[in-house]
Design a protein around this ligand. Structure first.
Ligand code: ADP
Length: 173
């Protein structure tokens, strides 16, 4: 049987422990997982795509079957390019469901051979989003337990440069 390959696409600005939990669980479900860090030029991000890739790589380095790369196309196009037949998404609240339901149906129309796989968030991360993390850091609140240590460090460094307030509310993830 051929390898079961999945992509996990997102902005990951920055990666949070909610994302990492989904990655680790996906890595147990699939032979190979390719994390796709969106290089969306119209979306203003705190970290550029290469920084987000580096942060994600470091945070997932214990998962041997996980690769991280950027992408700037449709999820289904990216999936086909890397030989994936599954797209993983994480679900937190009802609002995630509505958005994902719409996108999943669109993906099915575009590429019927690609299956969407939704993993329910772990309860600890139910209210965790990258936007909230940026907000907390902008106001000097601790983010221990919410993001991997390397991400916490990168956020602190950004804070030191006074760069966080401008980016804190730009992303809606
Ligand atoms: P996007 O900008 O496309 O929403 P994100 O970077 O926010 O991408 O997230 C990528 C994926 O991870 C999405 O499927 C999102 O629902 C999921 N996700 C984000 N935060 C969490 C969390 N705390 N628990 C589980 N899944 C999450």
């Amino acid at each position: 049987m051929s390898d079961r390959v999945a992509i996990y696409p997102g902005s990951f600005d920055p990666p949070t422990n909610g994302h990492i939990d989904i990655v680790e669980r996906s890595a147990r479900l699939f032979d190979r997982v390719v994390i796709g860090v969106g290089r969306n030029l119209s979306k203003k991000t705190l970290f550029d795509a290469d920084q987000r890739v580096a942060l994600m790589r470091e945070a997932c380095k214990s998962c041997r079957n996980v690769d991280v790369t950027t992408f700037d196309k449709l999820q289904v196009t990216f999936a086909k390019e890397v030989g994936a037949t599954f797209i993983i998404r994480g679900i937190r609240a009802l609002s995630d469901f509505e958005f994902e339901f719409e996108m999943g149906n669109m993906n099915r129309k575009l590429a019927p051979g690609i299956e969407m796989v939704y993993l329910m968030t772990a309860p600890d991360y139910l209210f965790l989003s990258a936007s909230r993390v940026k907000e907390l850091v902008a106001f000097g609140a601790p983010v221990d337990g919410l993001v991997p240590p390397n991400v916490a460090k990168a956020l602190q460094a950004h804070m030191g440069q006074g760069g966080l307030r401008t980016g804190a509310t730009e992303s809606n993830d």
